[in-house]
Ligand binder design. Structure first.
Ligand code: ADP
Length: 228
């Protein structure tokens, strides 16, 4: 049964890599505008869960519905189109194109969707101002600090106004001050735009920015709200 008001729902996901089980009956749901921290020890299945929810990895069994549509039954091209139109991604490392300026990086998802250069760059600049990195727009990713680069990556993930933002250890490479600022800006922006955020982290101080925490252990998800 789909929980009322949920945007993205996974039920009974199983996924194994050869003989290694990664997900073993994992279930998850998220509402529009909700920030959910996915926690758990290394190797517990967090990234696999995120990749299944994002339609990057197909589970062996179980269902994933997004806005009432069954993601697991969708052809690859349909899932790719959905990722471009409705999803945004922020990872720990290596997501910016080194040859492009920061502004061009942020504008890239809009350019790929067919937006004119001028309009895409104007939208990019607005998001960079919001993330407090407009001043490095003309630089290349190799010329900015780790914290600035990650803010650029967040701006790029949000420039298409995604309905779901997937963030996998988004502050893992930052010191605590920069990490907290990025989390504040990321969650404020998501709440303002009513985007859902699936936030994979192993750090309690990062999870503190969420509305709800779930813990993945041995490929199963436990909702901490219902925990004794
Ligand atoms: P976490 O994100 O919690 O560290 P993962 O989802 O990355 O956990 O991994 C869960 C399990 O699946 C681990 O035992 C991991 O080694 C295995 N695994 C994940 N991805 C792959 C892959 N592409 N090939 C083989 N095994 C994998």
């Amino acid at each position: 049964m789909t929980p009322v008001g949920s945007l993205l729902v996974a039920a009974g996901l199983h996924k194994a890599y050869g003989a290694t089980p990664a997900l073993d009956g994992a279930s998850f749901s998220i509402h529009p505008g909700e920030v959910v921290a996915v926690m758990g020890p290394s190797g517990s299945g967090k990234s696999t869960l995120l990749h299944c929810l994002a339609g990057i990895v197909q589970p062996d069994s179980g269902t994933i519905t997004y806005g009432g549509r069954d993601l697991t039954a969708m052809p690859d091209a349909g899932r790719s189109a959905l990722r471009r139109s409705d999803y945004g991604f922020v990872f720990q490392f290596g997501q910016l194109v080194p040859e492009l300026t920061c502004t061009e990086n942020v504008a890239l998802p809009l350019r790929l969707n067919g937006t004119r250069r001028k309009d895409a760059e104007r939208a990019a600049l607005e998001w960079m101002e919001r993330l407090e990195v407009a001043e490095v727009g003309h630089k290349r990713p190799g010329e900015v600090s780790g914290g600035q680069g990650q803010r650029i990556a967040v701006a790029r993930a949000l420039v298409t106004s995604p309905r779901v933002l997937f963030a996998d250890e988004p502050t893992g490479a930052l010191d605590s001050l920069n990490g907290e600022r990025v989390m504040q800006l990321l969650t404020d922006a998501a709440r303002d735009t009513n985007a859902a955020v699936v936030l994979v982290t192993h750090e309690a101080r990062v999870a503190a920015y969420s509305d709800r925490e779930v813990v993945v252990r041995d490929g199963k998800v436990r909702d901490m709200a219902g925990a004794a």
